[in-house]
Design a protein. Structure first.
Length: 278
C-alpha cells in the first residue's frame, strides 16, 4: 500500500470527537466531522449477574473516556510505522510533524467555514493523558520536555493497541476513507477497481442483477473506471447501471429518479471525454 507522507497523520488528528450528551442506551462521541455511537451492554435474560458485570467491565475498557484522542494518536503513529520508522521515531514525528500540521489544518478549516457563517467547535488538543497525583516514581533526569511528550505518546498508543486486537483492520478502513476523499491517485484507482469488481460480482451472485445493492455497485464500478480514464470500458457499465437502477428493488421512485438523472449526466460526460480524446 502506497502511503502519502504526513498528510494522513495530520488529517486524522485534526478533528477530535468528544463525549456528547447521550441517551441511557448509548454513548455518543461527536466532533465537527466525526460522529459515532456505542451501544451500552444490556443484560440478557439468561445472563448471570457476575457474567454481565464482567462484560460491562470489558466494555468500559474499550470506550474513550473523554475523547477519541488515543484512537487518533494510534492511527497517526501506525502511519509512520508503516513508513519504516521505529516506535519511538513514529511517536516523535506525531509530536513534531503531524500535530502541528493538524493544528494548521484545523485553523484553515475554521477560517473557511467562518467565511460562510459556520462556527466549528474548538476541541482542546492535548497530547498524552495526565497522571498527576498518581505518580509512584520520580521522573528520570536527563530527559527534555519533548522527550517526555514523545514517550507519553508512545506508551499511550501501545496501551490503546493492546486493548484493540482489530486495530489493523481499523487503520486500513480509516486510510481507505482518507484516500477516497483526498487522494484518488492512480494507485488508489487500481486498488479500487479490483475491490469494486469483486464487490459487483458478489452482489450479482448473491442478490441478483436488479437488487438495489447491485445497482449501486454497478454505478460505483463505472465511476472508478471513468476516474482512471478507461472511458470505453466505463460507458457500457454506465448503461448497465442505468438499466439496473430503472428496475432496482426496493427503491423509492424519488431515489430512482435522482439516480437515473445522475447516471445520464455521467454517461454524457464520459462520452464527451471519449470524443475529445479521439
Amino acid at each position: 500500500m502506497a502511503l502519502i507522507h504526513t498528510s494522513f497523520a495530520g488529517y486524522v488528528l485534526s478533528d477530535l470527537a468528544v463525549r456528547a450528551p447521550g441517551g441511557t442506551d448509548r454513548i455518543i462521541l461527536r466532533g465537527n466531522h466525526v460522529s459515532w455511537q456505542i451501544q451500552i451492554p444490556v443484560r440478557g435474560e439468561d445472563e448471570g449477574r457476575e457474567e454481565y458485570a464482567a462484560r460491562c467491565k470489558e466494555f468500559r475498557k474499550q470506550v474513550p473516556r473523554g475523547s477519541d484522542l488515543s484512537l487518533r494518536l494510534a492511527l497517526a503513529h501506525e502511519y509512520y510505522l508503516r513508513h519504516g520508522f521505529s516506535g519511538w521515531g513514529a511517536a516523535y514525528l506525531v509530536v513534531t510533524e503531524a500535530w502541528p500540521e493538524a493544528l494548521r489544518f484545523a485553523a484553515e478549516e475554521n477560517a473557511e467555514y467562518r467565511n460562510v457563517g459556520v462556527r466549528l467547535q474548538t476541541v482542546k488538543r492535548r497530547i498524552g493523558t495526565s497522571r498527576r497525583g498518581h505518580r509512584t516514581k520520580r521522573k528520570r533526569d536527563g530527559f527534555s520536555a519533548l522527550d517526555r511528550q514523545v514517550e507519553t505518546v508512545r506508551t499511550q498508543v501501545a496501551r490503546f493497541k493492546s486493548k484493540h486486537p482489530e486495530f489493523d483492520k481499523l487503520f486500513e478502513a480509516e486510510f481507505r476513507g482518507f484516500r477516497y476523499q483526498f487522494c484518488r491517485d492512480a494507485g488508489w484507482c487500481a486498488e479500487a477497481e479490483l475491490e469494486y469488481r469483486r464487490g459487483l460480482a458478489d452482489c450479482e451472485n448473491e442478490l441478483g442483477p436488479y437488487d438495489h445493492w447491485t445497482a449501486m455497485a454497478t454505478l460505483s464500478f463505472a465511476r472508478v473506471l471513468q476516474a482512471q480514464g478507461k472511458l470505453d470500458d466505463a460507458i457500457p457499465v454506465y448503461r448497465l447501471a442505468h438499466e439496473r437502477w430503472g428496475m432496482a428493488t426496493p427503491v423509492s421512485e424519488d431515489r430512482r429518479a435522482v439516480a437515473l438523472s445522475s447516471i445520464t449526466d455521467e454517461l454524457a460526460s464520459c462520452r464527451a471525454g471519449r470524443s475529445q480524446a479521439a
